[in-house]
Design a protein around this ligand. Structure first.
Ligand code: SF4
Ligand code: SF4
Length: 200
């Protein structure tokens, strides 16, 4: 994270862009008390993670630094900060808005996203869209395929990471043939309609 801020590199519109993105509406209420960072369980484990600082940088207009930061993908959406923030900034929602902007800018080639979280989230939502519920094997396959750019590599990684665990679960009767196959809920069409109404 850079220590010197060049005024000419700042984007004063960035905070308005966040505020007009769903979830980001309250960003400008922040008065930098740091209650969020002091309450954050993730910050205890990852000392560099500082939600107050991300909000400050966003308000300053450090668009490129914020959007290309790995830290905007770390929030676990536990809502501890939202409960305690005296200004009702709703930080996890603000982070969601910032992530949405980061994904759009990445599609335009303006920033690079190194985190695998968006790949996981897309794979997760695809399972819900297809089956109306989570199909964990489908989620793993899609996630690994996209992260490792191909099915064969994905299978090798899956085998390495989960073969032993899968066998243990199988032996204890926690995983059977039934759980290997996707199970659709009855009203999958209605779930599809929700996804269509949201769009990409
Ligand atoms: S707790 Fe709320 S007001 Fe305080 S720094 Fe965090 S977001 Fe800003
Ligand atoms: S919602 Fe995110 S930023 Fe807020 S306390 Fe939880 S992990 Fe930290």
């Amino acid at each position: 994270m850079k220590l010197v801020v060049n005024a000419w590199e700042l984007d004063p519109e960035f905070k308005y862009e966040i505020a007009s993105t769903p979830g980001g509406e309250h960003i400008m209420r922040c008065f930098q008390c740091s209650t969020c960072t002091a309450s954050c369980p993730v910050a205890e484990i990852v000392p560099s993670y500082n939600p107050r600082k991300i909000i400050r940088m966003s308000l300053l207009g450090m668009k490129n630094e914020v959007l290309s930061s790995d830290e905007i993908w770390i929030c676990a959406i536990c809502q501890m900060c939202t409960e305690r923030c005296p200004q009702d900034v709703r930080i996890s929602d603000v982070m969601g808005a910032i992530r949405q902007i980061a994904e759009k800018e990445a599609e335009r080639g303006n920033v690079e996203i190194r985190s695998v979280r968006p790949v996981f989230e897309k794979a997760f939502m695809r399972q819900i869209e297809k089956y109306g519920r989570l199909y964990e094997i489908g989620l793993s396959m899609e996630y690994y395929k996209n992260v490792h750019r191909g099915l064969i590599l994905a299978m090798m990684e899956l085998k390495k990471d989960f073969a032993k665990l899968g066998m243990r679960l199988y032996k204890k009767g926690k995983m059977g043939v039934k759980s290997m196959l996707p199970e659709r809920i009855k009203r999958t069409d209605e779930v599809k309609k929700i996804f269509e109404s949201i769009g990409d």
